[in-house]
Every structure is written in structure tokens, then in C-alpha cells.
Design a protein around this ligand. Structure first.
Ligand SMILES: [Zn+2]
Length: 202
């Protein structure tokens, strides 16, 4: 099952596929003469992620309180790993080290409600139109869900390319980020849990 498939055998390794399907699209942030990087061969078995045997230590378990802005008995919300171009980029992690596939029922039961609460709390930040969230999981084994604040009216930032725009847009000043973190943590704490880190400082 975890091996080269028909899908893999069909692909043009070493070649550059054409960028045209994306060029001129309403959400694509680049124009002009672009070329796609050559398609790399698959690496199977895949190298270990952080937190897996043979991989780097789990960054979440190595620094449980690092960048935390809110937490309750089960979950921690972290933000501010680096300066961002969006009003808020955060990750939700369980306090204990689990993957999605072994997340115990006591956590899966609260995952939906906490996602709903965080999405609403991030929308409390002035100028935020919608909260995007996604789970990728390619970097670290410790289950985490990304949240990205999409500024109101910024229609080019709809969809998955918002992550690229986060790297491209001018950096949010530190004081503004901290105010946004306090807004999110305060909204979450009105239901449960506690503001942490920069969000707890008055
Ligand atoms: Zn961990």
C-alpha cells in the first residue's frame, strides 16, 4: 500500500510542468514569466517528521508553553512564531502528543467545538472577514490545526494561496500582533480556558 503506485509512474520526473493553469487566476499572487521547478522523484519511505522515531524532537513537547496565547485542560493555541503578514496565524495543538489517527475520543469530542470557538475568536480581530483553518501535518507528528485570518474584503486572499500571501504582505507590527492575540484569547476565555503568554500580559 505504501509504495510506488500507478499515479507515481505516470508523472514526468525531472521535467517542468507548465504554470498556465494557475496564471491569471483570481487567487494566484504572481504574474509574468514563471517557470515551475522540476518535479522531484518521490522519497519512499518518507523521512521521519519531527516527533517521529529518527526525526527531530517534537517542537510542541519540547516547548509546551512556547508561543502559547490561550489554553485549557486539553488544548493550547499558539501564535507569533514569526512575524506574519496576516492579522493572525495560529496553531491549535492538544497538550498531549497524539496524531490525528490516534487522537482519543475525549479530544475528538472537543475538537469541533474548539475549532468553532477559535474561528469566531479570530473574527473578533478588527478587519478580519473570515477565519481559514487547515490540517497538513507534513512537518510535525504532534497533531496541529492551522488558523489564518483572512482580512475583510481582500478577495485575492480567498482560498489556499492565503498562506503565500502571509509571507508576501508587510509584517504586522509586534504591538498590533499582541493586541490581536489578546483579542483572541479574551474571546476564547469568555467560554473557558485562560489567556497565556503575550495574551496574558496586561
Ligand atoms: Zn509532541
Amino acid at each position: 500500500m505504501n509504495d510506488i503506485s500507478e499515479y507515481h509512474r505516470r508523472l514526468p520526473y525531472g521535467e517542468r510542468v507548465l504554470p498556465e493553469p494557475l496564471l491569471g487566476g483570481p487567487f494566484f499572487p504572481f504574474e509574468g514569466d514563471l517557470q515551475v521547478v522540476p518535479l522531484a522523484e518521490p522519497v519512499i519511505p518518507e523521512p521521519p517528521r519531527a516527533g517521529e522515531p529518527g526525526g527531530n524532537p517534537c517542537p510542541t513537547c519540547s516547548d509546551p508553553d512556547g508561543n502559547a496565547i490561550w489554553g485549557d485542560e486539553q488544548w493550547v493555541l499558539k501564535a507569533g512564531f514569526e512575524p506574519n503578514g496576516l492579522p493572525m496565524v495560529a496553531i491549535l495543538v492538544p497538550r498531549e502528543h497524539y496524531r490525528l489517527d490516534n487522537l482519543p475520543p475525549v479530544l475528538t469530542a472537543t475538537l469541533g467545538p474548539v475549532i468553532q470557538r477559535i474561528a469566531g475568536a479570530i473574527r473578533e480581530i478588527p478587519g478580519v472577514g473570515r477565519t481559514h483553518f487547515s490540517r497538513w501535518g507534513d512537518g510535525s507528528e504532534h497533531f496541529h490545526v492551522w488558523f489564518l485570518a483572512r482580512p475583510l474584503g481582500m478577495m485575492q486572499l480567498r482560498g489556499a494561496m492565503i498562506a503565500a500571501w502571509d509571507d508576501l504582505l508587510p509584517r504586522v507590527p509586534t504591538a498590533e500582533f499582541q493586541a490581536n492575540a489578546r483579542t483572541v484569547a479574551s474571546a476564547l476565555s469568555s467560554v473557558g480556558g485562560t489567556p497565556l503568554g503575550v495574551a496574558a500580559a496586561s
